[in-house]
Write a protein that binds this ligand. Structure first.
Ligand code: NAD
Length: 321
């Protein structure tokens, strides 16, 4: 049995490996070769924490396992990431534990890879301005992965806590892009691709502010009640997601569904676009919206790559079961 630490994950899995793993697992899900099990997520009544399990089975890749963890909002004040998680991988032939893989770095990588896959497949080729809504732990990963998908020339950003923006500006500088803090309306009017990655419970972007042709990756809404965009904007966009069942229950489309503005049949799994069973964007004026809710199979996919590479490179600790 392998133990793969946060440090080892950071050494062996980068953005390229995560992108390939996520694109591959979304494609497998759309072929019904891989499926997620129902998610458990509970407020535990301690430390204000949300704790749960995400699990699934990739029959094609033979990856079985569970990610356990959640969100501890007080962690940042103590120098820890608010999201904490660990992935357990099991041998699908025997049920024996194969690996314990640290999940924090991998969660951020797989979440960024998810929006990056959506940008790669759905954004206009001439997209030049990236808009960021949110500037927390995930936002830096999101920005770095996004700028590899199109030749962006500028980043515009807004955050609920403006004091967090300089850290994101620093990331933009590191990837060689000018950065401008703007209000939300201007962000909508200037950005060609927008990533929302906040913990908002109300709409931050309104339909009237968004340019035709924009691609929006809604990444922050992963719980019932959370919300980042106007339901009218959701209804006006061509909708894609990682998994429809999660999108309509805990993802960004939950509000437009509840308001009767859209039906689940209006939403396409992005894997269908990857598999060329759906054309994706069909016009330059279309607004495309990807609802990235975060599925367990993403975690298993990157954890399995981490375990394989860490073993090959002598970065994993082997222990007897
Ligand atoms: P974080 O705690 O580091 O940052 C939170 C962000 O939300 C900050 O930008 C903060 O300013 C902003 N924010 C806080 N309160 C707000 C409010 N009332 N209105 C608007 N914005 C507010 O968290 P993080 O790790 O960066 O995660 C951001 C969000 O992404 C969370 O909601 C998290 O649950 C979600 N997430 C989704 C996935 C996925 O797969 N879709 C994966 C990981 C995290």
């Amino acid at each position: 049995m392998l133990i793969v630490s946060e440090e080892a994950c950071g050494e062996v899995v980068g953005r390229a490996e995560a992108f390939a793993a996520i694109e591959n697992i979304f494609a497998a899900m759309a072929r019904d070769d891989a499926y997620n099990f129902p998610v458990v997520r509970e407020a535990i009544g301690h430390a204000d924490a949300l704790y749960g399990f995400k699990s699934g089975f990739d029959r094609a890749g033979l990856v079985l396992g569970v990610k356990s963890g959640g969100y501890w909002p007080g962690n940042a004040a103590n120098g820890l990431a608010n999201h904490q998680s660990t992935v357990l991988l099991f041998d699908p032939d025997t049920g024996q534990l194969d690996a314990v893989v640290a999940g924090n770095h991998l969660t951020a990588l797989r979440t960024a890879a998810s929006s990056a896959v959506s940008i790669a497949h759905l954004a206009r080729p001439d997209a030049r301005v990236l808009g960021m809504v949110g500037a927390g732990h995930q936002a830096a990963y999101q920005l770095r992965a996004a700028v590899e998908q199109r030749p962006f020339e500028k980043v515009v950003a807004w955050n609920y806590h403006p004091d967090m923006l300089p850290r994101l500006a620093q990331v933009a500088e590191e990837v060689g892009l000018p950065f401008e803090a703007v209000d939300r309306e201007r962000l909508g009017q200037t950005a060609d691709v927008i990533i929302t990655i906040s913990s908002s419970f109300e709409p931050l972007l309104m339909k009237g502010w968004i340019k035709p042709g924009t691609h929006i990756a809604c990444m922050g809404t992963d719980t019932k009640g959370k919300q980042e965009v106007d339901p009218a904007l959701v209804a006006a966009a061509t909708l894609f997601t990682d998994e429809i069942a999660q999108s309509v229950s805990i993802g960004e489309t939950q509000h437009a569904i509840a308001a009767g503005l859209i039906a689940d049949t209006d939403i396409t799994p992005i894997g269908m676009v990857i598999n060329r069973g759906h054309p994706g964007r069909t016009s330059d004026d279309e607004i495309t919206l990807f609802d990235g809710t975060g599925v367990g199979l993403q975690d298993l996919a990157v954890a399995s790559v981490a375990a394989k590479l860490a073993k090959e490179r002598g970065k994993a600790t082997e222990v007897a079961l």
